[in-house]
Design a protein around this ligand. Structure first.
Ligand code: SF4
Length: 387
């Protein structure tokens, strides 16, 4: 008899009723409304270096990134935009600070959207009409990207610091300037490095408008800290149905941001799960080296992009239960491993053959699912989930 351990199935029920938002199109990717929450990232190359930027975009695309942003701080970067926008496989957003002229260059270059931070564009208000017209004519949405570190000086003076209210007031004020020109093709972000302030700001914003929201914890820090902060903040908001696209900001290669973003969405059942390794944390009862076993299975299956859950368990306490509930699993003990496939024990193998047997069976299941098995692709490998 199979015992229900409460492990989520590959397709889970939505975690929350989605906040009602209008939908915009970032190139071919819908954002807001009932569109799936998308993952985006930002290149770290010099945008003017077209080849390096396209190479990084290709890596991000292979990892599951759906929208990419490039910084445009100089004329050389603006000049590179047409080639990047044309050759990128995913929509490109131009990130503009300080110089309104690059907004027009990005729209002309065929970028899918433009991000502006009104707080640091001098005389931005005077340019809004012109920007709204150009964006509207080209069908290009604008992200109003308010950031705690570059809040509009007027609001900084009013609130004393970047409070949730200040961030939201800044964003909605800038939206109202666009709205005066009939432009509503907007998404908004109100980022802060403190997840608590960030969560409060997005909650407030979600109540006050129906624009799609781009979630981000800005300057979240190095990989470990940034991952925790982003997972906590995005998790809290997405669990309330708030958030339409996410960008994890890490002081780490952008591919890592995409992996974290995708994993957050998968964990919440907001993106179809890929290969997932469920391994126990090990304890004094373990009869095998679970860490090594899990690592070897993960390494052996890197690149396999199928919704398979593989359980690697250290002993017979929880092992058979977890292994039975997974698509494939092993419960180890006494120098042997009981191999489970779809809830049934198919064989018992010596410990030395556990890894190769799990890999063999995973590939067989993947082929049964009609998936072409290609393990050469290093990007987007399976994640290890420790239970
Ligand atoms: S499955 Fe066994 S070895 Fe692993 S954590 Fe649980 S009790 Fe410990």
């Amino acid at each position: 008899m199979s015992v229900d351990l409460g492990i989520p199935a590959v397709r889970t029920r939505p975690i929350a009723k989605r906040r009602v938002s209008r939908q915009i199109m970032v190139g071919p990717v819908p954002v807001g409304g009932d569109a799936p929450v998308s993952v985006q990232s930002m290149t770290t190359t010099l945008t003017a270096d077209v080849n390096a930027t396209l190479q990084q975009i290709a890596e991000l695309t292979a990892t599951g990134c759906q929208i990419v942003r490039v910084a445009v701080p100089s004329q050389d970067d603006a000049d590179a935009l047409p080639a990047i926008a044309r050759k990128s496989q995913i929509p490109v957003i131009a990130d503009i600070h300080f110089q309104p002229k690059y907004v027009f260059a990005a729209i002309e270059a065929g970028c899918a959207a433009v991000r502006v931070n009104p707080g640091n564009i001098k005389k931005f208000d005077d340019k809004v009409g012109e920007i709204a017209r150009a964006a509207s004519d080209a069908g290009v949405p604008i992200r109003i990207g308010v950031n705690a570190g570059s809040l509009d000086p007027r609001l900084l003076a009013k609130y004393g610091k970047a409070t949730p209210e200040a961030l939201v007031e800044s964003a909605l004020w800038e939206c109202s300037l666009f709205e005066e020109h009939g432009f509503r093709d907007i998404k908004i972000s109100v980022k802060h490095n403190d997840p608590v302030v960030m969560i409060q700001a997005y909650r407030l914003l979600a109540e006050q408008c129906d624009y799609p929201l781009h979630l981000g914890v800005t300057e979240a820090g190095p990989a470990f800290q940034g991952t925790i902060k982003s997972a906590v903040a995005f998790g809290a908001l997405l669990a309330e149905g708030i958030g339409d696209t996410i960008r994890v900001s890490l002081s780490a290669p952008p591919v890592e941001e995409v992996k974290v973003g995708a994993q957050i969405l998968e964990s919440l059942g907001l993106r179809e799960r890929g290969l997932e390794i469920v391994s126990c944390p090990s304890c004094g009862r373990a009869q095998v080296d679970v860490y090594t076993l899990a690592e070897q299975v993960q390494a052996g299956l890197t690149g396999l992009k199928v919704p398979l859950r593989v359980a690697v368990m250290g002993c017979v306490v929880n092992g058979p239960g977890e292994a039975r509930e997974a698509d494939l699993g092993v419960a180890s003990g006494n120098g042997k491993g009981q191999i489970f496939v779809r809830g049934e024990v198919i064989k018992t193998v010596p410990e030395s053959q556990i890894v190769e047997t799990l890999i063999e069976e995973a590939l067989r299941l993947a082929e049964e699912m009609g998936v072409e098995v290609d393990l050469d692709d290093e990007a987007g490998g399976p994640e290890v989930v420790v239970r």
